[in-house]
Design a binder for this molecule. Structure first.
Ligand code: MG
Length: 181
């Protein structure tokens, strides 16, 4: 049986979106994120992060900054008994990227590139996998990659117009919806 994964956007899902977060001191975990991911992990989901990081392309921070923060974040999860299987990121921006970072990229959500790469690398079953994001571009990327369940985290009017399978206000609500308690 091919494994299933919980694919997670980072900013606005795992941590509060303070825009272009790259320092540990600005990285604030979302309420309930550890309990929620633990629940998915215990249900046999791989945990994979797929994050647009155009702040790299824009020159706001470097790939080294990103990886340093990622290493710290992964350690915090580990301290809570959570194993993050992989972090994919897309540093490009088609308009505001600097130098080689200025380009259209198949990895930049709403394109499904990072998710397709994860499916290939982990031989995932997309239909039984889940994606959680806080923008419609996350939902679109998931749908284009054939992810079976798409969950939008939002408390704005975007909720009504979303193509997502579910819209919830908190990640813990996604757990309740998915596992039914
Ligand atoms: Mg986001």
């Amino acid at each position: 049986m091919r494994p299933k994964a919980l694919l997670l956007d980072r900013d606005g899902v795992i941590n509060l979106d303070k825009s272009y977060v790259y320092k540990v001191e600005d990285f604030e975990f979302s309420e309930g994120i550890f309990e929620s991911l633990l629940r998915f992990q215990q249900a046999g989901f791989l945990l994979i992060i797929v994050t647009n990081q155009a702040g790299i392309g824009r020159g706001y921070y470097t790939e080294i900054d990103f990886w340093a923060l990622t290493a710290w974040m992964v350690r915090q999860f580990k301290n809570h008994g959570i194993h993050i299987d992989k972090v994919y990121y897309c540093p490009y921006h088609p308009v505001h990227g600097i130098g080689a970072y200025k380009r259209e990229a198949s990895c930049r959500k709403p394109n499904p590139g990072m998710i397709l790469q994860a499916i290939e690398e982990f031989q995932l079953d997309p239909a039984s996998s889940v994606i959680i994001g806080d923008h419609e571009s996350d939902i679109e990327a998931g749908m284009r990659a054939g992810i079976g369940t798409t969950i939008l985290l939002s408390d704005s009017e975007a909720r009504a117009a979303s193509a997502a399978s579910f819209t919830v206000r908190h990640v813990s609500e996604a757990v309740e919806l998915y596992f039914g308690n």
